[in-house]
Design a binder for this molecule. Structure first.
Ligand code: HEC
Length: 156
């Protein structure tokens, strides 16, 4: 009896708390996450979408971006169809998990050019490879950025 109580009321919840902290901490906040290297920020911010601001892109641009995200670009393999960073390839990247794109705080923090820069140069030391121009053209990249913006439903 005593053991069951201990397990039920203390040990199990404690273990679950530890597990959920470990699983969620890197995804939920972005405070501990550096932006791009300061030396490239100016370049990154100079990149502008040919379709105007990604958040206000036309529905057909967003639809094309979705097709590329889930298809040729293979973004969903790591970032997940849901955008939460839960794709099948995400579990092997514990140390640098793919960003949760549904986190509106993250979306607010990043300019379009910063997202584009990462796709162009990758994030060194992580699973995020450079994808432009090898996998996607620049124009396709901007379509994907427009789609990535839609993961935070509350924005714009
Ligand atoms: C092999 C796995 C993988 C694939 C495929 C992948 N990513 Fe990533 N991506 C990551 C990881 C891991 C990170 C986090 C890198 C870090 O911690 O610096 C990341 C980071 C990013 C970021 C930066 C987020 C931030 O913190 O500013 C963007 C934007 C991004 N990915 C977009 C894409 C897009 C768009 C595609 C498809 C065209 C894609 N990624 C494909 C693994 C992947």
């Amino acid at each position: 009896m005593c053991h069951r109580n201990l397990l039920g009321y203390f040990i199990l919840p404690a273990m679950m708390a530890v597990v959920s902290i470990a699983a969620c901490a890197p995804r939920q906040s972005i405070e501990n996450k550096e932006r791009l290297p300061p030396s490239v920020m100016k370049e990154a911010l100079s990149y502008k979408s040919p379709f105007g601001e990604a958040r206000t892109a036309q529905p057909e641009i967003v639809a094309a971006g979705k097709a590329l995200y889930e298809g040729k670009g293979r973004c969903s393999f790591c970032h997940g169809i849901s955008g939460q960073g839960d794709g099948p390839g995400a579990s092997v990247q514990q140390e640098h998990p793919p960003r949760d794109f549904t986190n509106c705080a993250f979306q607010k923090e990043r300019e379009d050019g910063e997202l584009f820069w990462i796709m162009k140069y990758g994030s060194s030391g992580t699973g995020m490879q450079r994808l432009i121009p090898d996998t996607l053209s620049e124009e396709e990249g901007w379509k994907v950025v427009a789609y990535v913006r839609t993961f935070c439903a509350a924005q714009s």
